[in-house]
Ligand binder design. Structure first.
Ligand SMILES: *[C@@H]1O[C@H](CO)[C@@H](O)[C@H](O)[C@H]1NC(C)=O
Ligand SMILES: *[C@@H]1O[C@H](CO)[C@@H](O)[C@H](O)[C@H]1NC(C)=O
Ligand SMILES: *[C@@H]1O[C@H](CO)[C@@H](O)[C@H](O)[C@H]1NC(C)=O
Length: 325
């Protein structure tokens, strides 16, 4: 039986399968033979050790095929005289296993580690209702144990984003939500945001939140949040870039308070002004609405109206007033 354990070895031609069948036979035979004390087919020390089922120290991990590179699956069990992989319910050929045996010093038990390669072609050619999967079966004197099932999937990342972020204009202190739905991929893409080509670190800025579902949320927009935002999607195969979205944070203008009234002119008018500077419009924000200048009739200062009876004044002639000063 020890020789059957060295897979991929000298066994060739039509004989390669025989040791394997022998193992099967032995395995079931051993189970039947237990209790009858018929140990003739069993290697050494069974009677002295009550025996344990193999325990997996390493189970095969879920894996992704990247491009055309095969991936290795491995498992390791103790005690284990033999381990074989089963993929999609079928035994993997003995020759496709690489197997290493060692002794666990503390327990004196045999440790066996087994590898197989799975190629892209194998996964592509498999058309099952579920993902391609493999599992290990390990034998000890007492019986067999099965490992977890590891799935093997072909990794990819499509080209186009399912949703690109859209540029927008927001008033200062408004909320900005930029949406990004990355291209479909296996494994699913991770998303990162760039602002003007620099990665955004939302840890550094509590006004920015990138946790929600790949979206970028700026709670209270600042002028400095204006810029070009790009969503980057990446998985183990590829990295993709969304269209860039230009965000403009604008400020609508607002009036400063009115100035004092000017002195009363000879035309008996005074005026006051105000400026659209509190704040001035920024980044395309609206200019202030309403008049920037206001006038009123008055009777003080230079005004000469009250010095002459109204009927002597030609109202349309400003020169008249001036000439009277
Ligand atoms: C898997 O492939 C690599 C190289 O591609 C090779 O070195 C290794 O021995 C193979 N393993 C098995 C179990 O066939
Ligand atoms: C954003 O992109 C536009 C064109 O798409 C470009 O004109 C502008 O300079 C960019 N702004 C920054 C801050 O990179
Ligand atoms: C100022 O007086 C003139 C003439 O009396 C009048 O027509 C005008 O409406 C007045 N203007 C204001 C702002 O009250």
């Amino acid at each position: 039986m020890g020789r059957a354990a060295v897979a991929g070895g000298g066994a060739g031609g039509a004989h390669w399968w025989l040791p394997w069948l022998g193992l099967c036979f032995w395995a079931t035979g051993a189970a039947a033979a237990r209790g009858t004390d018929n140990g003739e087919a069993l290697p050494e020390s069974i009677p002295s050790a009550p025996g344990t089922l193999p325990h997996f120290i390493e189970e095969p991990d879920d894996a992704y095929i990247i491009k055309s590179n095969p991936i290795a699956l491995r498992c390791k069990a103790r005690p284990a005289m033999q381990i074989f992989f089963k993929c999609n319910g079928e035994w993997v050929h003995q020759n496709e296993h690489v197997s290493e045996e060692s002794l666990d010093e503390s327990s004196g038990l045999k440790v066996r580690e087994v590898f197989i390669n799975v190629t892209r072609q194998q996964v592509e050619d498999f058309h099952g209702p579920e993902d391609y999967w493999c599992q290990c079966v390990a034998w000890s004197h007492l019986g067999t144990s099965k490992s977890r099932k590891a799935s093997v999937r072909i990794a990819y990342l499509r080209k186009n984003f399912e949703q690109d972020p859209q540029g927008r204009e927001v008033p200062i202190e408004g909320m900005i939500v930029l949406h990004c739905r990355p291209p479909e991929g296996v494994p699913a893409a991770e998303v990162e945001w760039l602002k003007n080509e620099e990665p955004i670190d939302s840890e550094q800025d509590e006004n920015i939140d990138t946790r929600a579902d790949h979206n970028l949320i700026i709670r209270q927009a600042r002028l400095s949040d204006s810029g070009n935002y790009t969503c980057m999607a990446a998985n183990i195969v590829a990295k993709r870039r969304s269209l860039s979205a230009t965000v403009v944070v604008y400020v609508d203008g607002s009036w400063e308070v009115w100035s004092e009234w000017s002195v009363c002119s000879p035309e008996c008018e005074h005026l006051r002004i105000r400026e659209c500077t509190a704040p001035p419009p920024r980044n395309g924000g609206k200019f202030c609405e309403g008049l920037s200048q206001e006038s009123e009739n008055c009777t003080d200062g230079l005004c000469i109206l009250d010095k002459k009876p109204l009927h002597e004044i030609k109202p349309q002639s400003k020169l008249f007033f001036l000439s009277c000063i």
